[in-house]
Design a protein around this ligand. Structure first.
Ligand SMILES: Cc1cc2nc3c(=O)[nH]c(=O)nc-3n(C[C@H](O)[C@H](O)[C@H](O)COP(=O)(O)OP(=O)(O)OC[C@H]3O[C@@H](n4cnc5c(N)ncnc54)[C@H](O)[C@@H]3O)c2cc1C
Length: 308
């Protein structure tokens, strides 16, 4: 139950200032967010792809407050595409975007986010790769799915994310599976109320399996976003039962979490994509990683006490 408490506390400005200013924070942040600039991240991309892994890149940042910041976020992704182009990795390095960062929560945010994300999807397609729309809190999802549908008219490979903790997700999965979409299934990382989401791990995991089955039996391309060993073996079994070949689904995990497992799955011949975040506005991303595993918070707190 510590996770939701951390997520709630992370909204406080005081906690944000405390965490952001602590000298030890940087070392812990680096485990999950291995660079601040495109130049920092290029060697990481080269290293991971040399090991047979694929990537989805996230330029971190979500709490923007002006259209100028949203345009800057778009430009940061366009710069990333420019830097990826000479590496000739094609679909091995794709991008994940949060529409909040592209202005979704601002006035006329739906239109603004669409206007900002479309050039990124277009630029990605021009270098042979794709974009996946991350799932944020439940209030943003109707807009995200509408933008996803609109983008797919010209760029059918555009992916989206669904979260097994939400009650709505089985219906979303059926719709997306029937339309042949690329869909990443995750458990969900936001603090959601009991009216819309399962609250217990057991229920969330059971829903994950039900939804995964829908995706595996459907027409689309399932992307299994989880580090949970039980769900990974279930996914392998469901893919096998659905008659899917190894290149007809993929696993995805976050940079810095269960890295041995990334390599093990890739060595078995699976497509294994590492979600790699970089940038300076890391606070929201970092706090979700702390909330997912209380041991991370204990480690972080201990480091602050011993080094602070
Ligand atoms: C590729 C990818 C993309 C994602 N995109 C989204 C998204 O768009 N929207 C969204 O809401 N959520 C997203 N998430 C986060 C997701 O919702 C979960 O919060 C997160 O993956 C933890 O759930 P789990 O399936 O790994 O299972 P868990 O049961 O939480 O974890 C299983 C095991 O993995 C390890 N582990 C998991 N998390 C951590 C951590 N933070 N630190 C250290 N070890 C850990 C632990 O060993 C743990 O026992 C994404 C996750 C992945 C892998």
């Amino acid at each position: 139950m510590l996770g939701p408490v951390i997520l709630a506390a992370s909204r406080s400005d005081r906690i944000r200032r405390l965490i952001s200013a602590a000298p030890v924070t940087k070392q812990v942040v680096d485990r999950f967010i291995p660079g601040e600039t495109v130049e920092d991240i290029v060697p990481i991309i080269q290293d991971l792809t040399a090991k047979g892994l694929e990537l989805t890149m996230d330029v971190v940042g979500e709490d923007i407050t002006t259209p100028a910041q949203a345009a800057a976020a778009r430009d940061a992704y366009l710069e990333l595409v420019d830097r990826l182009e000479p590496l000739k990795l094609g679909a091995r390095a794709e991008m994940s975007v949060k529409l909040s960062m592209f202005g979704q929560a601002l006035e006329d945010g739906h239109e603004l986010a669409f206007k900002n994300v479309r050039p990124v999807v277009e630029a990605a397609a021009a270098i042979g790769t794709t974009v996946t729309l991350d799932a944020e809190d439940h209030t943003t999802l109707d807009s995200m799915f509408a933008i996803h549908e609109e983008l797919r008219k010209d760029f059918p490979e555009t992916g989206c994310v669904i979260q097994s903790y939400l009650f709505r997700t089985e219906a979303d999965a059926r719709r997306l599976a029937a339309s042949g979409s690329r869909v990443r299934l995750v458990k969900g990382a936001y603090k959601e109320p009991a009216e819309v989401a399962h609250q217990h791990k057991h229920e969330i995991d059971k829903a994950y399996v039900r939804i995964l089955k829908i995706l595996m039996d459907g027409e689309g391309y399932p992307m299994i976003g989880s580090h949970d060993p039980r769900l990974i073996s279930i996914a392998q079994e469901l893919a096998h039962r659905a008659g899917r070949k190894l290149d007809e689904y993929e696993f995805q995990m976050l940079y810095g979490i269960r890295s041995d497992e990334h390599l093990r799955l890739a060595a078995e011949g699976h497509r294994m994509r590492v979600y790699t975040a970089f940038g300076t506005d890391w606070y929201g991303y970092f706090m979700r990683r702390l909330a997912e595993k209380p041991a991370n918070l204990r480690f972080f707190a201990r480091s602050m006490i011993t080094k602070g």
